[in-house]
Design a protein around this ligand. Structure first.
Ligand SMILES: *Cc1c(COP(=O)(O)O)cnc(C)c1O
Length: 968
């Protein structure tokens, strides 16, 4: 018997490839799947699906893949090029201690970060409770009636406040007044957003002592910062009163920590309050991801942008959370939506809410009091050395006139490893925070102390009174709900966090087969770097010399994404897909304007488009014209041609999704692009479906001018329960000059301003996509795409006799997702796609995408990451459910009393003394035997959506609501 040769080192190293960890399907699986589809090889399958005309000419040029360990080492070396200084820059970003229990059990926990947006309420109760805590926290601290469940950043939240004001007030003016002592990046983003909407932004000059708002003339809204960016705590009450006399809205960008000590804007009649929750436990992250907030008075609620969690009841009458007032949102209201927001900042919002739960009102107040006390001591010491701060009132920030001494002080600060706020003429700024120590105060004094003068002594000044104005002190209670007053010990907090995540289905439990959302693996090695201090503890406005590692990360990732997409230039600034769309359309608009074609204002969008497309087009002032789809789900080329001809002179852009939202590779896409170009328009290819293209076809090569990518879909950033995301905007050569700039951070552009508060948007999650590309390489990324297509076709083929796939190419194939047509079942059994979605919960699955883009269907996208066993488990569940539907069709079960209509089944509903249904309790809970070994129990029954919108309630439920219903 011969002894087999030992493998070579090369063979051993190949076996270590990350590829095999990321892709759930191996060669043996493929050999079982291909015959089901009727293909010989994966290559043959792909050749039969991706039109030859759009196939990539050359493979992507990416560095050869590294193992997990080697990629982490390479990234660590890049991270080490960032210099972590202690930052006192402030300006919307502050040091904070992320409590360890929240860091490990929320931010770094896949049960939280791999969850999807809570559209399926029954499997999302945990994260919706956390978001309801977030909303309650914001309402309580701001004193406002209603708050949404997170905005993308403070600057975009302020811009949304502006448009919310515009929609809500009586004034017909087009002028929005902004106090000059708002954060500069806020003013910059407001200017970007205002211009295409025809809103005139007037920024007041700021004197050193007063908020000088130009309150003369007409205006529809005002924005002021509280406390101001300079540190002043202004009494804004007279201005709020004046705004109301002018029928205008008064908007305030407020610091939540300061509001524990200061009279909240809601108590002095503000209409809209916005800001960031960053300093509630989210590290600086070079600017993001952080959850911003937006709160408003009750009368404005139906106009509020963004996601909103509300309380309703389930079929058993128990309180149940679900997304409220969805008819305001882009996915329903399209170009008439209140905003284009889809992915928001759920994970950072959960962190912020947990921070408030853990510290409670007393803990938050103590943190704020300590910051205010240290600030007063710092100010007093500076005054002693002849540097009385410019702002007589302060919470955490001081502005100090430094004149000609400025360069010398900055030099000393750099030598001491300290960042002060620069870019203020003749002044320096200092902001303190939760992490500031006595030693820090002494370090700061030492920077300013004139030669030969004695340093102030901390102990002498320790009793200095805070510089908060007496008449603006807060007297009202906040965070009185028990949830903010119960979980003080770490044990209690740990269990609270666990109890919420246990209610939810995330990727750590089962596949989430969501069409159009690409819920693939978020590998642990990809996630680990995001909390490295070299990435997490960096201020976005730190000097460029400290951001060298981030600059390299940015440059490399952009280069790789350019390879993947075939585009010439990319900006990573947009912090969601919707924001990428906005930036891309803005580039198109600006291009036309620069060419003297500013009258081009028509944007053609096929009816199947994602709701963000028309909503974004509206935001850049484009007029949306909807074009038809044909019976195969393709863009109706004749209709598009007619529309192009009709609007030829005014055509700005056509927005398509490729492969189409119907999950098909349209063969005429090149022709479509040429047609649009002939009419002087530009082609926007929505790249959210890049998981079907990477390595196979590139939109920048086949005719697209602009695309956005969703790094939180195709490039492995987890969904976080609804964010954070990154929506890079990618453009061809002649549009590169129109990518977003960031004047506040010194990033130039030809006229297109900032679209996000921070120059690199959600910078701290970029390492995830970097790691993915670095570990996969060109071959791995292409294999991922091909496997995603293979798996979708496998599901479509195996389910074809049970649920026909609605749209396919002529040879019967789909792209990376398939739409299962359930509409005929409604007539034969009364069962709807929603019933099937809810019944899947009993089988332990998150539902596929429900009723998008076609009502009454389920869209399934398996991704390359799911193992064959999981695909089969899903398919078996779907087939078993079809069997249940058949029993309804055959009359065994009534149409209104069967396991589908009562799904999902809670333990409580099955174990009651009464059971009056024509099927067994066992079938309700365990329709497949394997479920007895591992069962996900939904915490609530089916949610009543209508009840929730009729009885809108969007903050924490009083504890007795549960007791009452339990008695009932
Ligand atoms: C997800 C998606 C978007 C929106 O992206 P967000 O990051 O959620 O804003 C846009 N278009 C398509 C086709 C999508 O699937």
């Amino acid at each position: 018997m011969s002894i087999p040769a030992l493998p070579s080192l090369q063979q051993l190293e190949n076996a270590e490839e990350f590829l095999a960890r990321h892709i759930g399907i191996d060669a043996a699986d493929e050999a079982r799947m291909l015959p089901v589809i009727g293909s010989e090889t994966r290559a043959e399958l792909i050749d039969g699906i991706v039109p030859a005309a759009i196939r990539r000419a050359k493979p992507m040029r990416l560095p050869a893949p590294l193992t997990e360990a080697d990629a982490l080492a390479e990234l660590k070396a890049i991270a080490a090029k960032n210099k972590v200084f202690k930052s006192f820059i402030g300006q919307g970003y502050y040091g904070t201690h992320t409590p360890g229990v929240i860091l490990r059990n929320v931010l770094e926990n896949p049960a939280w970060y791999t969850a999807y947006t809570p559209y399926q309420a029954e499997i999302s109760q945990g994260r919706m409770e956390a978001l309801l805590n977030f909303q309650t926290m914001v309402c309580d601290l701001t004193g406002m009636a209603i708050a949404n469940a997170s905005m993308l950043d403070e600057a975009t939240a302020a811009a949304e406040a502006m448009t919310l004001a515009k929609r809500s007030v009586k004034s017909k003016s087009n002028v929005f007044l902004v106090s000059g002592d708002c954060h500069p990046q806020t003013i910059e983003v407001i200017r970007t957003r205002a211009a295409p909407l025809g809103i005139e932004v007037k920024v007041s000059t700021v004197s050193e002592t007063l908020p000088h708002l130009m309150v003369s003339g007409e205006f529809f809204g005002v924005l002021a910062q509280y406390p101001a960016t300079t540190g002043h705590v202004h009494d804004l009450r007279p201005l709020a009163g004046h705004a109301h006399q002018c029928d205008a809205a008064f908007c305030v960008a407020a610091d939540l920590l300061a509001l524990t000590l200061l009279a909240p804007p809601g108590e002095w009649d503000a209409d809209i309050v916005c800001g960031t929750t960053q300093r509630f436990g989210m590290p600086l992250c070079n600017g993001g991801p952080h959850a911003a907030y937006l709160a408003c008075r009750d009368e404005f609620k139906r106009s509020l942008p963004g996601r909103l969690v509300g309380v309703s009841i389930d079929t058993h009458g128990q309180p149940a959370y679900r997304l409220a007032l969805q008819t305001r949102e882009q996915h329903i209201r399209r170009e008439k939506a209140t905003s284009n927001i889809c992915t928001a900042q759920v994970l950072p919002a959960v962190v912020a809410s947990m921070y408030a739960v853990y510290h409670g009102p007393d803990g938050l107040t103590r943190i704020a009091q300590r910051v205010a006390a240290l600030t007063a001591i710092l100010a007093q010491g500076l005054a002693q050395m002849g540097r009385e701060p410019v702002n007589a009132t302060a919470f955490d920030s001081l502005t100090i006139r430094t004149g000609d001494d400025t360069p010398k002080i900055i030099e000393r600060a750099q030598a001491a490893g300290v960042n002060l706020r620069q870019r203020l003429q003749q002044h320096l700024g200092i902001s303190l925070d939760e992490t500031t120590t006595r030693a820090d105060i002494e370090t700061l004094w030492a920077l300013f102390v004139p030669a030969g003068t004695a340093m102030p002594r901390f102990d002498d000044l320790a009793g200095t009174a805070p510089r908060l104005p007496e008449d603006l002190r807060r007297t009202s209670a906040f965070l009185t709900h028990p949830v903010f007053n119960t979980h003080k010990s770490e044990t209690a907090m740990l269990r609270y966090i666990r109890s919420l995540s246990d209610k939810d289905l995330a990727l750590d439990r089962s596949m989430i087969p969501l069409g159009s959302c690409t819920m693939k693996l978020n590998a642990t090695s990809e996630m680990i770097p995001i909390t490295w201090p070299e990435f997490a503890n960096i201020h976005p406005f730190a000097p460029a010399e400290q951001l060298v590692g981030y600059a390299q990360l940015d440059a490399q990732l952009r280069a790789w994404l350019c390879e993947a997409t075939g585009y010439a230039g990319i900006s990573l600034q947009p912090n969601a897909g919707s924001q990428g769309e906005y930036a891309g359309l803005l580039a198109i608009r600006s291009f036309h304007e620069a060419k003297g074609q500013g009258h081009r204002n028509i944007c053609l969008i096929p009816s199947s488009a994602h709701g963000t497309n028309p909503a974004s087009a509206q935001m850049v002032g484009l007029q949306v014209v909807v074009t038809a789809c044909d019976a195969q789900g393709n863009v109706d080329m004749d209709d598009l041609k007619r529309a192009c001809e009709k609007h030829s002179d005014k055509l700005a852009a056509v927005m398509i999704t490729y492969p189409s939202t119907h999950g098909v590779f349209e063969t005429r896409v090149k022709e479509l692009c040429e047609l649009v170009h002939e009419h002087g328009g530009r082609v926007y290819v929505d790249g959210a479906n890049m998981n079907a293209l990477v390595g196979v076809a590139a939109p920048g090569e086949f005719g697209g001018d602009v695309s956005h990518l969703n790094l939180h879909k195709t490039f492995c950033i987890p969904h976080g329960g609804g964010g954070p995301g990154v929506g890079p905007v990618c453009v061809v050569e002649d549009l590169v000059p129109y990518l977003p700039g960031h004047a506040t951070a010194g990033v130039a552009s030809s006229g297109v301003g900032a679209v996000s508060a921070a120059p690199l948007g959600n910078a701290a999650v970029l390492p995830i996509s970097w790691m993915y590309c670095r570990m996969m390489g060109a071959k791995g990324l292409q294999a991922a795409t091909e496997t995603a297509i293979l798996s979708a076709n496998y599901i479509s083929a195996r389910l074809k006799d049970h649920y026909p796939t609605l749209y396919a190419s002529p040879n019967g194939h789909v792209a990376h997702e398939c739409i299962l047509d359930l509409r005929p079942l409604k007539d034969t059994s009364g069962v709807t796609a929603e019933d099937v979605a809810k019944r899947l919960i009993d089988y332990g699955f998150h539902a596929p995408t429900l009723s998008f883009p076609v009502p009454g269907t389920l869209m399934v996208e398996p991704t390359e990451s799911e193992p064959l066993a999981e695909l089969d488990r899903f398919i078996d569940a779907m087939i078993a459910i079809r069997g249940e539907i058949r029993r309804v069709e055959e009359g065994v079960w009534p149409k209104d009393d069967n396991p589908l209509k009562h799904a999902p089944h809670t333990a409580a509903s099955l174990l009651g003394t009464e059971w009056a249904h024509p099927y067994s309790r066992e079938l309700g809970a365990f329709p497949l035997a394997e479920l007895k070994r591992a069962k996900y129990w939904p915490p609530i029954g089916r949610v009543d959506n209508v009840y929730g919108d009729r009885n809108l309630f969007c903050s924490c439920v009083p504890v007795d609501a549960y007791q009452e219903t339990e008695k009932a």
